[in-house]
Design a binder for this molecule. Structure first.
Ligand SMILES: [Zn+2]
Length: 403
């Protein structure tokens, strides 16, 4: 576990203010840490508890050396309460009787003026609004030595009065730079070296969730996972395969597009295809408009520049944008069809128009062939009808006949 606020990556808006409140000694009585799972809410809650109870905190950071810090570190690692700290997963304590006991523990049996911290995690699991209201009433009458820190991934499931009574801090996914910083920091702390191409796969796959990023980094370094193995493990699509697909889109024959799309959809999850196609299009735009190579190798960048030379990138992006995790296989195929038309510099209307044009052309050809045949047959029959035997034989001779 991270033991210092300064080691938390991202979330700077929330963490700086929490740390300042701790440093100023006016940490809120009721705090809600809300946001996406794995973004550091629990870590921040536990660090805050440690700092509140620490005997020698410095600028909001717990000292880690005093009796209280040591006791708390031990309690956290063994998942046991102390006389002034308790961590409860509300998903396990959401029946009325459990809840009653908890409330009694926190609000009725508070022994002295000694500081106490209760960390209530997964607060949204308390679906019974009656229980939330009951808790709120107790909080209003809470002694000044008690602090409650709640964490939740679903803030909207908490009743409005509870939310408005609390100081809410939001935890978001971290961005690309923060992800890189976190991974670099983790590698340095663990004396691990991860090759750049593998790091970028880890970052991409973690999607801005620090916990997932660290889990994957641990797995990769413990098992010496190679780039290729990681691609297979994550069921990712090789970037060359995506380039191949878009290259096929530029070809006049539709067959190669269909084959490439089918191959991709058979080998990978639909959601993976959607996610990777979208990030690929973004990377293409960055490369074409900003000359940012990103994850492309030199060779790939050269091919991409050539393939997308005449493409209306904004149009392409708007087709990609409409795909999401729930897109069906047909949705994806339709999107590919539209992308193909855009890459071949045609509007969607042109698909229909082209089809019509081709059909009309075929019809015309068929008609003219039919007419020609009819004309020949007519001419022959006219000719034979008007000719008597003698003239007929004569004309045959004209064409080199023997008789
Ligand atoms: Zn301490």
């Amino acid at each position: 576990m991270i033991m210092q606020f300064r080691n938390i990556v991202g979330q700077s808006g929330s963490v700086i203010l929490l740390q300042r409140a701790l440093s100023n000694g006016n940490f809120p009585k009721l705090t809600i840490l809300a946001g996406y799972h794995g973004t550091g809410k629990s870590t921040t809650a536990l660090l805050s508890a440690m700092s509140i109870l620490c005997e020698n905190p410095s600028q909001g950071e717990p000292c880690l050396g005093c009796g209280s810090c040591k006791q708390l570190q031990n309690a956290i690692s063994k998942d046991i309460p102390t006389c002034n700290f308790m961590r409860v997963n509300m998903a396990e304590k959401n029946s009325r009787s459990d809840f009653g006991e908890l409330v009694k523990e926190i609000f009725v049996l508070q022994p002295s003026a000694k500081k106490c911290v209760y960390v209530l995690e997964e607060m949204h699991a308390v679906k019974d609004e009656y229980l939330q209201t009951m808790l709120l009433e107790r909080i209003d009458a809470m002694p000044p030595n008690v602090h409650i820190i709640m964490t939740t991934t679903e803030l909207n499931k908490l009743i409005t009065p509870l939310r408005s009574r609390a100081r809410v801090f939001r935890f978001t996914r971290i961005n690309q730079n923060e992800s890189e910083a976190l991974l670099t920091q983790w590698c340095a702390n663990n004396y691990v070296r991860i090759p750049k191409e593998v790091s970028s796969l880890i970052i991409k796959s973690a999607g801005g969730v620090p916990r997932e990023l660290i889990n994957l980094a641990e797995f990769v370094s413990e098992n010496s996972v190679t780039q290729e193995e990681l691609i297979n493990y994550l069921n990712l699509i090789d970037i060359d395969e995506i380039i191949e697909l878009f290259t096929a889109f530029t070809e006049a024959q539709m067959t190669s597009s269909i084959i490439a799309a089918d191959k991709m959809l058979k080998a990978h999850e639909k959601s993976t295809v959607v996610q990777q196609i979208k990030s690929f299009i973004l990377e293409v735009i960055y490369l074409m408009e900003g000359n940012i190579t990103g994850d492309f190798t030199k060779e790939q960048a050269a091919i991409v520049k050539e393939v997308f030379r005449n493409t209306a990138l904004v149009q392409l992006a708007s087709v990609g944008e409409k795909l999401n995790a729930y897109s069906s296989e047909n949705d994806i195929k339709f999107a590919f069809l539209k992308m193909r038309q855009i890459m071949r510099n045609k509007s969607i209307k042109d698909i229909v128009r082209d089809d019509r044009k081709a059909a009309t052309l075929q019809r015309k050809e068929a008609n003219s062939v039919f007419k020609d045949k009819k004309a020949v047959a007519q001419a022959v029959s006219n000719a034979t009808a008007s000719l008597d035997k003698e003239t007929f034989l004569e004309s045959m001779n004209m064409f080199g006949g023997d008789n």
